[in-house]
Design a protein around this ligand. Structure first.
Ligand SMILES: *Cc1c(COP(=O)(O)O)cnc(C)c1O
Length: 430
């Protein structure tokens, strides 16, 4: 059994038989010494879909040809351009079309959502988040607490991981919500934790948060395009994410935002701008603000069309493959990576990500134990750099983690076997 797993011919045959095999050809795979890289950084910057260039060129051509009239002329007029991505995006995150919008950047959307949904009072001032969060999230939440005149020392509650590898049990989250419940204004939690790769039961977190009287929002930066999401059914109040990681829409791509249908016509406060104004009367150019229903009502500005264009190409691929099939392939690929590590590399690599497939997405976070006479962080850096010289690209997260994220749209078993072989070569001093 183990022998077969390490046989390149077997890995290639598995790849050739995969129903999603043709999607790899839809991407530009970077080269290393003239051969395709084994690229495992889709959790950081997804590869470029070949269709992205045509989408961007369509905008440039229209601008050259039609100038201001490009706002109205078919195909793909700019005025309703953001609506071109709505249906497919709703499909990827399991939302109703009214509940999603592509706009701004992730951190900006987090702030705009908090303006509406984090309404602290003396009795309920606090936000619960995970300790060790992505810095931008922590900075956004801390600054929101301060903005409202509260003290992050007491009112930004950062739950420490309770499991050995820095992951969270559901019981710990439940206990924290129970303990702080009466003081909680909001729970803000990741869909997939960026450093450990742990995935969470969003529906259960939303249920617990709501039962405590708090608003619940999710940061799905590492979950969208990675796990099939049911955002509407999860009952979250809001969610935010970016499109440059598993969504393959390019550096700094326009981000995503979800507002649950029950808030579609809310009169909560919000920071407003004309693109969120009622569409029928937007161009009457009156100063009053009448929000358009749904997530669209949180838009501020006319969107950066050039920034949105690659998302159309990406969403075509997701719609073609389907999140459920992608998840099935992702389970196979990441399961294969885990098998190879456990079979031959457990003296070198410790898997930090939870073992249970339902508690993770594509990514495995790997702590390098030792190798070539080095320990811990020094060994990790040395292995990471060795892999890069061999055309195997993971990414490094301080203080000691290499993240390897097989993306089911373009990674293969052959890529994964190459990773494992190169780690063994490094360990064995080849
Ligand atoms: C990638 C990522 C970000 C990045 O934020 P931007 O606003 O897109 O620069 C923020 N938070 C999390 C959890 C991330 O994974």
């Amino acid at each position: 059994m183990n022998e077969q797993l390490f046989d390149p011919a077997w890995a290639n045959a598995q790849d050739a038989a995969d129903p999603l095999r043709d999607f790899r050809n839809q991407f530009h795979i970077p080269l290393h010494d003239g051969a395709p890289q084994a690229y495992f950084c889709g959790n950081s910057l997804g590869l470029q879909p070949k269709g992205a260039r045509a989408m961007v060129e369509e905008v440039l051509d229209k601008w050259a040809r039609d100038a201001v009239e490009g706002h109205f002329l078919e195909p793909a007029p700019w005025m309703p351009y953001h609506a071109l991505v709505r249906e497919a995006l709703a499909g990827v995150v399991g939302a109703q079309p009214l509940e999603v919008v592509a706009m701004n950047s992730l951190t900006a959307n987090l702030h705009f959502m908090l303006v509406s949904f984090y309404r602290p009072t003396r009795e309920r001032p606090a936000i619960l988040m995970e300790a060790g969060a992505f810095p931008s999230d922590r900075q956004a939440l801390e600054s929101q607490v301060r903005f409202h005149g509260f003290d992050p020392a007491t009112d930004l509650i950062e739950l420490a991981p309770d499991e050995a590898d820095g992951t969270f049990s559901m019981a710990a989250i439940e206990r924290a919500i129970a303990e702080h419940g009466p003081r909680l204004a909001a729970v803000v939690w990741p869909g997939v934790q960026y450093r450990t790769g742990q995935a969470f039961d969003l529906k259960e977190i939303a249920r617990l948060g709501h039962a405590a009287g708090a608003v619940v929002g999710f940061d799905l930066a590492h979950a969208v395009g990675n796990l099939p999401l049911q955002l509407h059914d999860s009952d979250a109040d809001f969610a935010v994410w970016c499109h440059y990681k598993y969504m393959n829409s390019g550096p700094g791509a326009v981000a995503g935002c979800f507002v649950h249908q029950r808030h579609a016509k809310t009169n909560r406060p919000r920071f407003a701008g004309w693109w969120g104004h009622d569409q029928a009367s937007r161009f009457r150019m009156e100063g009053n603000f009448v929000p358009t229903p749904g997530a669209d009502g949180w838009q501020l500005s006319n969107p950066p069309i050039l920034g949105l264009a690659p998302l159309r190409a990406s969403l075509d691929l997701f719609a073609g493959a389907g999140m459920d099939k992608l998840r099935a392939r992702s389970l196979e690929l990441t399961g294969y990576l885990e098998q190879l590590i456990r079979a031959r590399l457990s003296d070198t690599l410790q898997i930090v990500t939870p073992r249970e497939p339902e508690r993770r997405g594509a990514q495995l976070s790997l702590r390098v134990l030792q190798g070539r006479g080095l320990m811990g962080r020094a060994a990790g850096r040395a292995l990471f750099e060795f892999l890069a010289t061999r055309g195997v690209l993971g990414d490094w997260r301080e203080p000691d983690v290499i993240r390897i994220s097989p993306a089911p749209l373009y990674n293969t078993r052959a890529d994964i076997l190459r990773f494992a072989s190169e780690v063994a070569a490094w360990r064995d001093g080849a």
